[in-house]
Design a protein around this ligand. Structure first.
Ligand code: ADP
Ligand code: MG
Length: 681
């Protein structure tokens, strides 16, 4: 048997070509495959009774075919084959169009699983052109069927076959201590992994999920507490406030809002105290967090220290570079950018400058953490749009420079109780006022019948000289999802509505250089319309853009829609957000209503929780706040509380996780969080 950390190339059906494809899904080892959990499930376990349905409902039925009724020719190209069927609730009719041969395929007095849409005619149930399958011991229908995230060239079936080869092998040593398994009656690890891939029943699925979520949270909490402990030991670099910083604030092109002043006070207090600052700065989209960071970083500079800011995308990092340079370079501050696409030569030059202290401020993306950046004297380290980073990334930069103050900024509001648990180690500041003279963004939600008019409206705005974002959930057409892709929408609009305008495509698979060029042309107002995936979600600031149209709005989290909407309304122009909801479900329209009713990110986030809380149990994960595999901090808050308590208990009893029953946990923490539990032993 291959081992859990062996390459998947040892599995049947994985040649070099397949291997590459799987690697692109970040599946390298057997372990990755085992932890490649289904994205969602097709719940076919809920068999319905024929007469327990609504008109037009789609469902699966377990029926007895009583016999063939007739094969009838209606007109030249149309004939119908009908069968009489029956279940406990009564008799009905099953019919097929233009499939006369079917009379030989379906046997009388035999049970079938039949899925299709029900219509009611004179009180009698009819199912037309259903999928059918003879009932056997092991039908797919009647089970909970896993659906995996896919990429072009890999089918769901393939992943099913591949996972089939491994899920029964009991690869895992149980990482949770036995007393916890008993206390909470948790499903054993291997069984949980099996059931998350192939749930035997809804109940098994829930038990499996709960167990895995508990484990994820427990490991996370152990890591957080460990960090917190390290934090206490460390003193921050000493900072003093002087006149120069106030002069800088005075001379800004605008007056700070009360909210900005308040959080700056808190930040100044932290930085001048004798323990290291560890602060989370929350502020709605557009509340002006960047300038707060710039001021704090300038303060660090005046005190003779370097500072750094990390952004989730290269686009945003470049934008920061411009704002920072325009405000700080006249004062003699040297600002540089280090990102994935920085040339080797430049990179060497910048790393050298950081090391010898000739560069004062470094702006970057996560490339920053991966590089071995050695600072001469780092004083402050800022992370922008924290919700886009995994905890892992945040922590790995932190642990490098133990004495640097830390400021983490996010526009994703987290309810207070939640943030205390998640960021037990952080103090929190909130900017609760918006800069003056902001125009409200007019938001409307539309359905398909209004799409043409909406695009016409975008066209008019562009004719007026404004610019537009058009957002789609996918990059390219997919065989799996019936969703709009940026490529298609771009192609269509370019041929039609926007043939006289510069319209460009932007998405995450383009390389950094291409992305930057598209963004640059947009910033310069050469490009009028960008059709994009959510790569522009955070931070992008083009004040002349006044309208955003979001396809498949129902597919996005509300916090994400709020972020996307925040791309407009950044200048003097009246701005608009059009949410194209392609779902008919009531809950999706309720969610749209939250967006059209409010522009308050906190309100929206809370409503999102409420509405999602009532969703079905197989709801897919969408908050993206943290990079948990299964856990969803909003939905699983109760499990999180227990996990936190248990993490405390464990550390009280075994601070360094050196007892036998904690070794697997320690291992997982070191692997996942790169935290050095080991050196303490
Ligand atoms: P976010 O909090 O979303 O990161 P930004 O920092 O990008 O917001 O600020 C949004 C816009 O508001 C920027 O163009 C910035 O220059 C402007 N801004 C920030 N603070 C103020 C203020 N006090 N008065 C007026 N405009 C401001
Ligand atoms: Mg920002």
């Amino acid at each position: 048997m291959v081992a859990i950390d062996d390459s998947i190339q040892y599995l049947k059906g994985v040649g070099p070509k397949r291997l590459k494809k799987y690697n692109s899904l970040e599946i390298y080892k057997i372990r990755d495959l085992l932890e490649y959990y289904p994205r969602t499930y097709d719940d076919q376990s809920n068999l319905k009774l024929l007469y327990n349905t609504e008109n037009n409902e789609k469902a699966t039925f377990d029926v007895l075919v009583l016999g063939l009724l007739e094969v009838k020719r209606i007109r030249k190209n149309l004939n119908i084959t009908t069968f009489l069927i029956e279940d406990e609730s009564g008799k009905g009719i099953m019919s097929f169009f233009n499939s006369p041969y079917i009379k030989d395929n379906i046997k009388a007095n035999t049970r079938y699983l039949v899925s299709g849409k029900v219509t009611k005619f004179r009180g009698q149930v009819q199912i037309t052109n259903p999928q059918f399958e003879k009932k056997t011991e092991n039908n797919n229908v009647g089970t909970i069927f896993p659906i995996y995230s896919l990429k072009k060239g890999i089918t769901n079936n393939e992943i099913i076959k591949l996972t089939n080869q491994v899920i029964n092998n009991n690869y895992y040593k149980e990482p949770l201590p036995q007393n916890l398994i008993e206390k909470y009656r948790l499903m054993e690890k291997n069984e949980a992994v099996r059931n998350i891939h192939r749930p035997q029943s809804k109940k098994h699925y829930l038990l499996a999920r709960n167990r895995l979520v508990f484990e994820e949270f427990l490991i996370f909490q152990l890591a957080i507490f460990r960090l917190k402990k390290d934090d206490k030991i460390s003193k921050g670099v000493p900072i003093e406030i002087n006149k120069e910083i106030y002069r800088f604030i005075e001379e800004l092109p605008f007056k700070l809002t009360d909210g900005q002043n308040k959080v700056l006070d808190e930040i100044f207090k932290d930085m001048t105290s004798d323990t290291r600052m560890n602060r989370l700065l929350q502020g709605d989209v557009g509340s002006g967090k960047t300038i707060v960071a710039i001021i704090a970083m300038y303060l660090s500079y005046i005190n003779g220290y370097q500072s750094t800011i990390m952004a989730p995308t290269e686009i945003l990092a470049r934008q920061h570079l411009e704002s920072f340079r325009s405000l700080l370079e006249p004062l003699g501050v040297k600002v540089e950018l280090l990102v994935g696409s920085t040339t080797k030569k430049n990179k060497e030059r910048i790393l050298e400058g950081i090391k010898n202290g000739s560069i004062d401020i470094l702006i970057g993306t996560h490339a920053l953490i991966e590089e071995n950046v050695e600072f001469r004297n780092l004083g402050l380290n800022v992370t922008d749009e924290q919700h886009r980073f995994g905890v892992r990334q945040r922590e790995s930069l932190n642990t490098k420079e133990k004495k640097a103050h830390t400021l983490v900024m996010t526009a994703t509001p987290i309810p207070r109780t939640l943030s205390l648990i998640l960021y037990g180690d952080l103090s929190i500041s909130t900017i609760d006022t918006m800069p003056p003279n902001r125009k409200q963004i007019d938001t409307i939600a539309i359905n398909n019948s209004m799409l043409d008019r909406a695009i016409g409206f975008v066209q008019e705005e562009v004719k007026k000289g404004r610019q537009a974002y058009i957002i789609c959930p996918l990059i390219e057409e997919s065989e799996v999802f019936d969703l709009n892709s940026a490529e298609e929408v771009h192609k269509d609009l370019k041929l039609d509505y926007f043939k006289d305008f510069q319209i460009e495509l932007l998405h995450g698979k383009m390389n950094a250089k291409e992305k930057n060029e598209v963004m640059e042309r947009f910033e310069k107002n050469e490009t009028k319309i960008i059709v994009s995936t959510t790569v522009i979600e955070v931070g992008v600031n083009v004040p002349n853009a006044s309208i955003i149209l979001i396809y498949n709005s129902e597919r996005f989290g509300l916090a994400q829609l709020h972020q996307l909407r925040g791309r407009v309304g950044r200048g003097e122009h009246q701005s608009y957000c059009i949410l194209y909801n392609e779902s008919k479900s009531e809950i999706s329209w309720q969610r749209m209503k939250v967006m059209t009713d409010s522009t308050d990110g906190f309100y929206i986030a809370n409503k999102d929780l409420e509405l999602r809380g009532s969703g079905d149990i197989f709801g897919t994960k969408q908050s993206g706040m943290m990079d948990f595999k299964l856990a969803d901090v909003s939905r699983d808050i109760n499990i999180l509380k227990y996990a936190q308590q248990e993490a405390l208990n464990i550390l009280n009893e075994d601070e360094n996780l050196s007892k036998n029953e904690h070794l697997e946990l320690k291992d997982a923490i070191i692997k996942n969080f790169k935290i050095e539990y080991a050196i303490l032993n």
